[in-house]
Design a protein around this ligand. Structure first.
Ligand SMILES: Cc1ncc(COP(=O)(O)O)c(C=O)c1O
Length: 456
């Protein structure tokens, strides 16, 4: 954009004086000064000081096609000129909104033929809750209201998103979760299971769902929601036994199964959707982020036919957003998904760059600070441990992760820290050379952190 202010310090001053940032310790930010990002190309972003930074997080797990894709920019420009906005209420659609719905029906799992649009992952999860409640009402089981999620799960930051999620810090800052939301443990084998066989642990973790259903009363439970791989919770990859067992339990009690695909969707795990990587068939899926590679704010809920069939004949569903199916956002998402399909981007994650990336991250498993490495496709987490042999964690958990994240900042690589897990989720178009660069820098930052905390 045109430069309104001239220097980094001016931007920092204006930002400090006028901008409240999400998920930010305001005092800490003001003391340090905000980093100002000015442009991006491919897997790199640049800051106002001219630093070129390799983006190991694809923005916020979303810029799947990388920065600066001309096709997406051109589609947005054209759509804005033709029709910048019209709504999809009142018996109306726009051509991009319908074209995208049709394309989504093609790329999502068999039996998912309808989408409900929103603008963010949080909104799509709010929508899913409205749909779940509506579904059970029209099915004549209005007592079924409770939705079960998982501790440390993340489903967004609206009030309902925070209720679905299991983030203790978020819950403490409000009277949350509201009644009607319950949680079971996250399937974190490395932290929770000691030496137990991972698949045995996966079954044990999944069976907490059955215990919770029985505790609450099966006729009061409406749905279970989970991310195939928990992202913000620390890239927690469940054992292979976990999701099929969750599905079996949901089917046994007739409970709807919802996959939050906001991170895993659109190729992150090497399949179009995370549920396909983990072998389960959800009744609904929420999607955002990679849906437009972050070029436009857009989200959606994919709804299986039996739910549409139940709701469709029952009158108006009182729900929707002004920008549901926004023409520019849907046009850009359509172009993005077409590129993912036509250029074989997801196939490449599965067969080439994903395995290369996973082999590289596993090499860091030998690092003295790294106790556990986990991931699929182009998403990975590394757990930093005080003593990897005895699995002793740092006290307090989170301090070492922050030290490492600060080294990343200073060395022009973006890695995210959740607790003491360092997370990576780069653009899907990353090259092998760029993966090499990412891990060279990651190792350097781990070395620096290890020295700081006295592990080497
Ligand atoms: C799995 C998951 N669900 C939902 C959300 C919320 O999406 P948004 O920030 O677009 O509201 C996120 C965001 O990171 C997410 O990771």
């Amino acid at each position: 954009m045109n430069l309104v202010f001239n220097s980094t310090s001016e931007w920092q001053r204006e930002d400090r004086d006028h901008h409240l940032h999400p998920f930010t310790d305001i005092a800490q930010l003001n003391a340090k000064g905000v980093r100002v990002i000015t442009h991006g190309e491919g897997v790199y972003i640049w800051d106002s000081e001219g630093n070129k930074i390799i983006d190991g997080m694809a923005g916020l797990w979303c810029v799947n096609l990388g920065y600066g894709r001309k096709e997406l920019i051109e589609v947005a420009t054209k759509q804005m000129s033709e029709l910048a906005f019209y709504n999809t209420f009142f018996m109306t659609t726009t051509t991009p909104a319908t074209a995208l719905a049709s394309l989504l029906a093609e790329v999502t799992p068999e039996g998912m033929n309808h989408v409900f649009y929103g603008c963010s992952g949080s909104e799509s999860n709010d929508t899913v809750v409205r749909l779940v409640w509506r579904y059970w009402d029209v099915k004549g089981e209005p007592k079924r209201k409770t939705i079960i999620g998982r501790n440390n799960g993340y489903h967004g930051s609206t009030v309902i998103g925070a209720c679905l999620g299991g983030m203790g810090g978020m819950h403490k800052q409000g009277p949350l979760p509201y009644p009607g939301f319950a949680h079971i443990d996250q399937p974190h084998w490395y932290i929770n299971a000691g030496d137990m066989d991972p698949d045995e642990y996966g079954l044990l973790a999944a069976r907490q769902l059955e215990d919770k259903i029985l505790e609450l009363g099966p006729d009061t439970v409406a749905a279970f929601i989970g991310e195939p791989i928990q992202g913000a919770g620390g890239v927690v990859v469940p054992p292979d036994s976990y999701w099929p067992e969750i599905q079996r339990i949901c089917r046994k009690y007739g409970i709807l199964l919802i996959s939050d695909e906001v991170i895993c969707g659109f190729g992150r795990t090497g399949e179009w959707f995370g549920c396909q990587s983990f072998g389960f068939e959800p009744d609904m899926m929420t999607m955002a982020k990679g849906m437009s590679s972050g070029y436009q704010p857009i989200s959606g809920v994919m709804v299986r036919q039996h739910i549409v069939d139940a709701i469709a004949p029952t009158g108006e569903f009182y729900h929707g957003y002004t920008y549901s199916g926004h023409p520019v956002a849907t046009a850009v998402a359509h172009a993005n998904i077409s590129i993912l399909r036509d250029e074989g981007v997801i196939e490449r994650v599965k067969k080439d760059i994903g395995p290369y990336f996973q082999a590289k991250v596993r090499e860091l498993g030998d690092h003295p600070l790294v106790g556990n490495v986990r991931g699929r496709g182009l998403i990975a987490g590394m757990e930093l441990m005080k003593n990897k042999k005895t699995r002793e964690r740092f006290d307090p958990v989170g301090k070492t992760g922050l030290i490492c994240r600060n080294h990343c900042f200073e060395n022009n690589i973006i890695m995210r820290a959740t607790g003491d897990a360092m997370l990576l989720s780069p653009p899907l178009v990353i090259s092998r050379d760029e993966v090499d660069e990412l891990f060279e820098k990651a190792k350097m930052c781990l070395d620096m952190t290890a020295r700081d905390v006295g592990v080497i």
